[in-house]
Ligand binder design. Structure first.
Ligand code: ACO
Length: 321
């Protein structure tokens, strides 16, 4: 078996939805529902409770994905978890998740590519399976971005939310993953970062998200369009053969601009940004699971996953479900 295929998926959104109006009132943010909706398309987001951790959200999403696939934890021989908000500096959140799932001995590691994390994790797991070294991967995107937001910075704090999504990727005789592409350009480091670190027992530098929103917007539309065309060409597929695009859910205007660049209508784009906000590495598996569960995406559909994030990183995975 030299291919891999998604055989199950699941997700987790903590707590009740928090509307723009509720967030603004709770945090004393100088903003409005109208501004947030017009500039980002976001209406609600979910936030983890004080004692919840990224591994907790990952665990719930993973359990749902395993149930969907009808497999036991013992079948998993690889865990790749994408996050920029790990529970600890180490061990990796993948190892913490592995322990909670009662899995022993399977390879487990984190991928740190910010909002492109899930695409990086899925493309990585696919290569492990295609090489023949592993047969069944749990691929997770999980984030608690609310812990790295500066509530005094209205240009970032209204955009993000928390959550997790997971898929089971199994060895298969026919291709589920048709092609993938990963890219990065560290010279754009300054556009989007959390520049702080822990050193000598103290936080050194800012532990909060800093972003040049308009510059990120322009770059995102360009690289997402380019990488979409790259994976389509690699699979020998025309844009018109695409059933669905499941993009990273950063901003509805980025989703619209990317669809337009590909000459596709928004009826082909799964958009959950209004209800989830930007959940970074969790946004694609959350959106994929939502569309799978409500029946929009079905077995046999061709699906393009594409993302851009801090680093800068970007990438895409083209799937047949
Ligand atoms: N409420 C009200 N006003 C605000 C807010 C707010 N929450 N935030 C900013 N403003 C003001 C600004 O201060 C500015 O006011 P000024 O003209 O008086 O100076 C005005 O709104 C316009 O600000 P811009 O930053 O130019 O607004 P823009 O239309 O570019 O929208 C936004 C900002 C939503 C951040 C947009 O640039 C964007 O979405 N960029 C991409 C961000 C993104 O997708 N990041 C994530 C990608 S990667 C990842 O997910 C980690």
């Amino acid at each position: 078996m030299k291919f891999s295929r998604i055989v199950g998926m699941g997700s987790c959104l903590p707590g009740a939805p928090v509307s723009n109006t509720e967030l603004i009132a709770a945090r004393g943010i100088d903003s409005s529902d109208a501004w947030i909706v017009e500039r980002s398309g976001i209406r609600n987001r979910h936030f983890a409770g004080e004692t919840q951790t990224t591994a907790d959200l990952a665990f719930e999403a993973s359990r749902a994905a395993m149930a969907d696939a009808g497999i036991d934890p013992g079948a998993i021989d690889l865990i790749v978890l994408a996050t920029s908000t790990p529970d600890m500096i180490f061990p990796s959140t993948a190892c913490l998740l592995q322990s909670r799932l009662g899995i022993h001995g399977a390879a487990a590691f984190d991928v740190h590519a910010v909002c492109s994390g899930f695409v990086y994790a899925l493309a990585t797991a696919e290569k492990f399976i295609r090489s023949g070294s592993h047969r069944c991967a749990l691929v997770v995107g999980a984030e608690i971005f609310s812990r790295i937001l500066d509530w005094k910075d209205r240009s970032t704090c209204v955009l993000f939310g928390d959550g997790a999504g997971a898929v089971i990727l199994q060895a298969a005789d026919a291709p589920g993953v048709l092609s993938s592409a990963l890219h990065a350009d560290g010279s754009f480091e300054h556009l989007l970062s959390v520049p702080g670190t822990v050193c000598g027992g103290h936080v050194v530098g800012s532990p909060y998200v800093q972003m040049d929103g308009p510059a990120v917007f322009k770059l995102a539309v360009k690289v997402l369009g380019d990488v979409a065309l790259e994976v389509l060409a690699a699979a020998g597929m025309a844009r018109t053969e695409l059933d669905w695009i499941v993009p990273h859910q950063a901003n509805v205007r980025i989703l619209q601009a990317t669809a337009k660049r590909l000459g596709l209508g928004m009826d082909k784009v799964i958009s959950t940004v209004a209800e989830h906000g930007n959940t970074s590495a969790a946004s694609i598996p959350l959106a994929l699971d939502a569309a799978w569960r409500d029946g929009r995406i079905g077995a046999g559909d061709s699906v393009l996953l594409e993302a851009v994030g801090g680093g800068f990183t970007w990438g895409a995975v083209l799937l047949r479900l």
